[in-house]
Design a binder for this molecule. Structure first.
Ligand SMILES: [Zn+2]
Length: 114
C-alpha cells in the first residue's frame, strides 16, 4: 500500500457492513439480533403485528391486552437457554407479561393452537 493509500485508509477506514438485524438459520428459524437497534426494532415490529392480528386479545388468557402490557411469547418455546429460539412471525404471539411468566399448564386453549 502506498503512503497515500495508507493515509486515505487511516482517515476514511472502510465501513464494516452492518450486522444483519435478523439472522436466518439453516433450518429456517429467524432470530432478531437483540444486540442491534435494527434487530430490536424488527422484533418490536413483529410483536406489534401479532398484537394487531390478535385484535388486542392476549393469546393465553384471551382477555383484553393493552399494548403497554404486551410481550411477545414464543409459541414453540425456546429450548436450552434460548439457543433454539425462533422469532418468525408465525411463532410469535402477543400476551400479557404476567401471563407469560405464569404459563405452564395453561397452554391448552392457546390462541391459534388447538
Ligand atoms: Zn393474558
Amino acid at each position: 500500500m502506498s503512503d497515500n493509500a495508507y493515509m486515505q485508509n487511516f482517515l476514511h477506514p472502510p465501513k464494516k457492513p452492518p450486522k444483519p438485524a435478523v439472522k436466518v438459520m439453516k433450518d429456517g428459524r429467524e432470530i432478531c439480533d437483540q444486540l442491534t437497534k435494527a434487530g430490536r426494532d424488527e422484533y418490536m415490529r413483529r410483536k406489534r403485528v401479532a398484537w394487531e392480528d390478535q385484535k388486542g386479545i392476549c393469546a393465553i388468557c384471551h382477555l383484553r391486552l393493552n399494548w403497554g402490557d404486551t410481550t411477545a411469547d414464543h409459541i414453540k418455546p425456546r429450548k436450552s437457554g434460548g439457543s433454539e429460539r425462533d422469532d418468525r412471525q408465525e411463532n410469535l404471539a402477543a400476551v400479557h407479561w404476567t401471563c407469560n411468566t405464569e404459563r405452564g399448564s395453561k397452554r391448552s386453549g392457546y390462541y391459534g393452537v388447538p
